[in-house]
Design a protein around this ligand. Structure first.
Ligand code: SF4
Length: 332
């Protein structure tokens, strides 16, 4: 079993009361069975409060949100369970957040979630570094080995594209073009070398003018959790691509590329990555805060992610020619 994690992974520390957007806001927290049983059996005022706010929903136990916040959140920004019983008493969700685990059987990839402001700061300020690798005995792969080998190799090339010294629009266009090539390799095509210059040649005959407001409109049609996000989508800043799209794209590639082993559909994920960078950058405001809000609204809502993966193929604003046109016409 190989376990990899980004070099920055262990530097994360929750900033609790100093957090500008606590994870104890807006989300219903799913409580694992063991913790739910422990909470329900607790004596005293904390146990009484927990019994009031835990509810069962579709076979799961959920902590009911009260006034937009977790009822265990104290006015000093600390968690009542943690303060009174210690970190070990937190449910699995709260103990792990914002740490991510992708378990493929014989290897595990860990990461941090962008929806936590402190994790977002760390992710988007990190320099590209080799991951930390640990080897443990045991583990058996639970995936198509051939497809995974293609995905691992193409992911390396995709990460290499991010290091290209070019305007950001070209970098994202190259990522999109390479995504198309990687998809055909995943479909059984021969591996081909990827030459950025050749890939960009003759593109002007293919691309069509893109429509940024139509792309923003796609996000407007999804489920929206917070008024801040709604506001951003109503009044996007004028389009410009930030250099911070590089660490954002790196994070998204590391998080989503290998997931194509589940359905052999890589290209819709590559489009999702490119469109996400485009959106975060062009919504304006502080890039890190916008990326964190984006993640909270999109990445943490499975329905929204699914809708975007579908839109990658079906929405007229996201056709290859228009998307490439948009990336190449936008200031960067
Ligand atoms: S969002 Fe992150 S920094 Fe903020 S309270 Fe949660 S874990 Fe801590």
């Amino acid at each position: 079993m190989i376990i990899t994690k980004p070099a920055y992974f262990d530097s994360f520390r929750c900033i609790a009361a100093a957090c500008p957007d606590s994870c104890c806001k807006e989300w219903d927290v799913q409580v694992d069975e063991g913790s739910a049983a422990y909470y329900r059996a607790l004596p005293g005022p904390l146990g009484d409060r927990l019994r009031q706010v835990l509810r069962s929903e579709d076979g799961e136990t959920v902590m009911t949100i009260v006034d937009g916040r977790c009822p265990m959140w104290r006015s000093d920004g600390l968690c009542r369970i943690q303060a009174e019983l210690g970190e070990g008493a937190l449910c699995h969700t709260c103990r792990e957040f914002p740490r991510l685990t992708h378990d493929y059987g014989d290897f595990i990839e860990r990461g941090l979630e962008l929806s936590c402001p402190e994790a977002a700061r760390i992710i988007l300020s990190a320099l590209p570094m080799p991951p930390v690798v640990e080897e443990l005995p045991g583990g058996e792969g639970e995936y198509d080995g051939e497809a995974m080998a293609v995905l691992k190799a193409t992911r390396e090339t995709a990460l290499g594209i991010l290091a290209e010294n070019r305007p950001m629009g070209q970098v994202l266009a190259l990522l999109l073009l390479f995504g198309c090539q990687a998809q055909s390799e995943l479909d059984g095509g021969e591996p081909q070398p990827f030459d950025p210059e050749t890939a960009l040649e003759g593109l002007e005959d293919f691309v069509k003018p893109g429509d940024l407001s139509a792309v923003v409109e796609i996000f407007n049609s999804l489920e929206i959790l917070t008024p801040q996000w709604q506001q951003r989508l109503y009044a996007p800043a004028s389009g410009e691509l930030s250099q911070l799209c590089r660490p954002l794209a790196r994070y998204l590639i590391e998080r989503y590329w290998l997931q194509a082993v589940s359905d052999y559909d890589l290209y819709c994920r590559v489009k999702f990555i490119v469109v996400s960078c485009l959106l975060v950058s062009t919504l304006g405001g502080d890039f890190v805060s916008t990326a964190q809000l984006y993640s909270k609204e999109i990445e943490n809502n499975t329905d929204n992610v699914e809708a975007l993966l579908d839109a990658a193929y079906t929405h007229p604003a996201l056709t290859d020619d228009k998307l490439l046109g948009l990336l190449l016409q936008i200031r960067s």
